[in-house]
Design a protein around this ligand. Structure first.
Ligand SMILES: [Mg+2]
Length: 217
């Protein structure tokens, strides 16, 4: 995957977050402060502007610029958390001009590690980690088994969606939703839901670019 791939991934996320904005905000209204959709929408619109204004020349550069923009533009916990995730992914990719699926899987692990370090959440705490951790595992597992990028991203996206849905019955132990205690159960975590959108965008980009998808009706 080259720099262009990562720019298109960011564009796909921007579109997915725009389309999912009201849904994410409704999820956050149930167990948070009803700003997750609008915050991320503003953040990724700023990412698109930053990428257009200062086009990076490496995949890592794209992710570092996205991360630093999110940290600057998105308030609450999600800006620093997503910003750290993208920035640490970008740093993990270094100066490489082209990135393999295995390298991207390792970068995703680095992004997850950054989120855990900053937020202190474990799986089961009803946070974005509940979508990101299974996504990183699924991607690494698929790559290790010899899967191509399209298969690896599809596995990661499915795992993230499953992980997000699995937050519904959980009681939040981190973040604003944890103030609600047992009343946080019965609602999908907004951060896990937006993580599923972000990983799903990766699958969408890879599917569009795949030679296999061109033969589909
Ligand atoms: Mg919020």
């Amino acid at each position: 995957m080259d720099t262009r791939f990562f720019v298109i991934w960011m564009e796909e996320i921007t579109a997915a977050v725009r389309a999912g904005r009201d849904h994410l905000t409704r999820l956050d209204a149930a167990i948070g402060d009803a700003d997750h959709g609008t915050n991320l929408d503003r953040g990724f619109a700023a990412v698109a502007e930053a990428l257009a204004a200062r086009p990076p020349d490496t995949p890592g550069g794209v992710l570092v610029l996205a991360g630093s923009t999110l940290i600057r533009k998105v308030g609450g916990a999600s800006g620093p958390l997503y910003g750290t995730a993208f920035r640490d992914m970008g740093k993990a990719l270094g100066d490489a001009a082209d990135v393999s699926a295995a390298e991207l899987a390792s970068a995703l692990e680095a992004g997850l590690a950054g989120v855990r370090r900053l937020g202190g959440a474990e799986e089961g705490d009803k946070t974005m980690v509940d979508a990101l951790a299974p996504a990183a595992r699924a991607m690494a597992r698929t790559v290790d088994a010899g899967g191509d990028p399209e298969e690896a991203f599809a596995a990661a996206a499915a795992a993230a969606e499953e992980g997000a849905k699995a937050t519904v019955p959980l009681v939040a132990r981190k973040g604003r939703a944890s103030y609600l205690g047992a009343r946080s159960a019965g609602h999908e975590d907004p951060g896990a839901a937006s993580t599923a959108l972000i990983v799903g965008a990766l699958r969408a980009v890879a599917t569009r670019r795949s030679p296999r998808s061109e033969s589909r009706p």
